[in-house]
Ligand binder design. Structure first.
Ligand code: UDP
Ligand code: MG
Length: 314
């Protein structure tokens, strides 16, 4: 019998967790040949998530949970969950039921029978989401796919069922600044894409603010593309050429027509433009340097405060 570990990052999901648990258990009846267990990662929730998880773990020995010392973000929770998962197959799911549990049998079959290394899901609609958010998300995916060789699929969710070799490959990626959407593509392996219509979360609210998403998209670009650095060099070349042309023009003009004091507004414009471009390119470089700085510190991605398994053995 094969075993499937369900990894669930949770941040303030006290209301959703019980509903999620029931939905998954109800669906897994369709896969009687599969043993399954849960790894819930409480990402420093401020509500009763931990209490709910404790109750679940008492009721069901298949439930294991970790609780972080503070909120470290979903990426850290995913990493902790994958490290803790012991199943031959591992599936990542959100706690809010936005990742439909009904897809699990199809995903499982794709990996265990049809020979795919992982089954990933993609929502084809963004119903229920603010229009501006959908629009900006589309622009982001177009842009990052132009800039990066790693394929990052529009609408792809983190809801993914993976085989053990793929999980091990992901765990072998040592980076501290983790952008899972990119990591999944970068490690390779064969993927079966399963499409579904967007579902709204059952309870609670999305943790994403506009600013949060903006920062996340910048992180994605920096983690998987060096195109902005190339852009910085390109701008440098363009402005050098422009300056060379202008110098020749001005030298010729002043030797032919003298040097009347004029044109300081255009000078001011040029100075501000070049100043702006310089700041922009230094800014781009600083982003990469900042990430390098954080990587070299080699800080752990998270700290676990409570592990239900060590609690049990105490
Ligand atoms: N999440 C987390 N840590 C965070 C933010 C979110 O573990 O700092 C979890 C959250 O509990 C949920 C999943 O990540 O299970 C997706 O979060 P959310 O529903 O807010 O994102 P959305 O579905 O809106 O993209
Ligand atoms: Mg959600």
């Amino acid at each position: 019998m094969s075993r499937l570990t369900i990894v669930v990052p949770c941040y303030n999901e006290a209301e959703s967790v019980p509903l999620f648990y029931q939905a998954v258990v109800a669906t897994m009846v369709q896969l009687p040949q599969v043993e399954f267990d849960f790894v819930f990662v409480d990402d420093g929730s401020k509500d009763a998530t931990l209490v709910v998880l404790r109750d679940l773990a008492v009721q069901d020995p298949r439930v294991r949970f970790l609780s972080f010392s503070r909120n470290f973000g979903k990426e850290a929770a995913i990493l902790a969950g994958l490290r803790t998962a012991t199943g031959e197959f591992v599936v990542l799911m959100d706690a809010d039921l936005q990742d439909p549990a009904e897809l699990l049998p199809e995903m499982y079959r794709a990996v265990s029978e049809d020979g795919f290394d992982n089954a990933a899901t993609r929502r084809v609609t963004r119903k229920g989401e603010p229009l501006i958010r959908s629009f900006l998300a589309r622009c982001f995916y177009k842009m990052i796919n132009r800039m990066s060789k790693t394929e990052i699929v529009d609408g792809a969710r983190d809801f993914r069922l993976m085989s053990r070799p793929m999980v091990n490959a992901i765990l072998a990626m040592p980076e501290y600044n983790r952008f899972s959407k990119g990591i999944f593509g970068w490690v390779g392996f064969t993927t079966k894409w399963i499409e579904f219509q967007n579902v709204e979360r059952v309870a609670g609210t999305s943790k994403w603010s506009f600013w949060g998403l903006f920062k996340y998209s910048i992180e994605g670009i920096i983690a998987f593309s060096t195109a902005p650095l190339a852009l910085a060099s390109f701008l440098g070349i363009v402005f050098c050429l422009l300056a060379a042309v202008l110098i020749v023009f001005i030298v010729i003009r002043s030797s032919l027509f003298g040097d009347p004091v004029a044109g300081w507004p255009s000078l001011v414009c040029l100075i501000s433009l070049i100043g702006g471009v310089q700041l922009l390119t230094t800014g781009i470089m600083s982003q990469y340097i900042a990430k390098t700085y954080l990587e070299t510190k080699g800080r752990p991605a998270y700290f676990v405060k409570i592990d239900s398994q060590s609690e049990k053995s105490d």
